[in-house]
Ligand binder design. Structure first.
Ligand code: PXL
Length: 278
C-alpha cells in the first residue's frame, strides 16, 4: 500500500498561525504525509502586522515540480491557499493540477478576502485570476466574501437561502465541482457551512462564538482536506472542520492578548478522534 500524500501550496508566515504553519501540522495530525511548497516566506502574515518581510518564491515553483516529476512523485490531493500572483495561479493550473494521481483531488481555498474586503496584498485583477483556478478545482472552500468577489454578487451580512443558493450556483458555473461555503448564518447566534456536492445541497449549523480569530479559514480548509483524504464525504469533512475550528477558537479565548492567530495546537490531539467518530 502506498502512503496517502497531500501537497499544500501557500505561503509560510513565519509567525502568525496561518497558511503553511497551520496546514502542515493539521494535515499531518490527520495521519497523512504532507508535502509543502511555500509560495513565499513572510516574517508575519499581513493582517494587523506592519513592516513584514516578503520573499517571493514564484521562480522556484517550476523547478521544484520538475524535480518531483523526475522522481515520479504524485499526490492524492493538492490543496492551494494564499498565493502571491497571477503567475503562481497559472503554475497551480499547469504544474500542481498535473501532479495529481489518477482520482486525486484539487482543493482550492481562494484565501484573498474576508469581512467584505480584500486582504491588503490583493486587487480585482487577482480575483479575476483566481476564477481560472476555481474553474479547474474539485472543491472550492471560500468564505462568503471571497464567494461574492468571485461571482460578482453583492456581499451582504444579512441574507436568506435564496441569496446563498445564487452564490453557490455562481461558484459552480465558474467550474468548481463541489462548493464548501463557510461562515453562513441564517439565524442570530448561529453560523454554518453550506456544502454542495453531487447535485445535493446540505447545511451544517453550529453556535456562533463571540470571539473571532485570524487564520481560522486556514485551520478550516486544512481540516477539510485532512478529513477528505481520510475517505470522509464533503459534508462529513465540512462538519469535522467546523467542529475543530470551534475548538480552536474556544481554546484561543482562554488566552490573554493573543490577537494574531487561533491557538489550535493544544486541541490538535482531538482531531483524529473527530475523523474517526464522524
Ligand atoms: O490566513 C490567510 C493568510 C495567509 N497568509 C498571509 C496572510 C493571510 C491573511 O491575511 O496575510 C500572508
Amino acid at each position: 500500500m502506498e502512503n496517502r500524500k497531500v501537497l499544500t501550496i501557500q505561503d509560510i508566515s513565519c509567525l502568525g498561525q496561518c497558511s503553511l504553519t497551520v496546514a502542515l501540522p493539521i494535515i499531518s495530525a490527520c495521519g497523512i504525509e504532507t508535502c509543502v511548497l511555500p509560495s513565499a516566506v513572510l516574517s508575519t502574515h499581513t493582517a494587523g502586522f506592519s513592516g513584514f518581510t516578503f520573499r517571493d518564491l514564484t521562480d522556484d515553483i517550476p523547478p521544484i515540480f520538475n524535480h518531483w516529476k523526475k522522481e515520479g512523485v504524485s499526490f492524492d490531493a493538492v490543496y492551494t491557499g494564499y498565493l502571491g500572483s497571477k503567475t503562481q495561479i497559472e503554475y497551480m493550473i499547469t504544474y500542481a493540477k498535473n501532479s495529481l494521481r489518477a482520482g486525486g483531488k484539487m482543493i482550492v481555498d481562494p484565501a484573498f478576502a474576508d469581512n467584505g474586503k480584500l486582504y491588503p496584498a490583493f486587487d480585482n485583477n487577482y480575483v479575476e485570476d483566481m476564477k481560472s483556478l476555481v474553474a479547474v478545482c474539485d472543491y472550492v472552500v471560500p468564505n462568503l466574501t471571497e464567494a461574492c468577489f468571485l461571482t460578482g454578487i453583492e456581499y451582504k451580512t444579512a441574507y436568506d437561502e435564496e441569496y446563498i443558493s445564487k452564490v453557490v450556483k455562481g461558484l459552480l458555473s465558474l467550474g468548481a465541482k463541489a462548493v464548501i461555503l463557510t461562515g453562513i448564518s441564517y439565524e442570530k447566534g448561529y453560523t454554518g457551512i453550506e456544502v454542495y456536492e453531487n447535485g445535493k445541497r446540505s447545511y451544517y449549523k453550529h453556535k456562533l462564538l463571540k470571539n473571532s480569530c485570524h487564520g481560522t479559514g486556514d485551520i478550516y480548509a486544512s481540516c477539510f482536506v485532512g478529513a477528505l483524504v481520510n475517505g470522509k464525504t464533503a459534508y462529513e469533512s465540512a462538519k469535522i472542520a467546523a467542529d475543530f475550528t470551534v475548538m480552536s477558537i474556544k481554546q484561543t479565548a482562554k488566552l490573554k492578548n493573543h490577537w494574531y492567530g487561533a491557538s489550535f495546537e493544544p486541541v490538535l490531539y482531538k482531531l483524529k478522534g473527530l475523523i474517526k467518530n464522524a
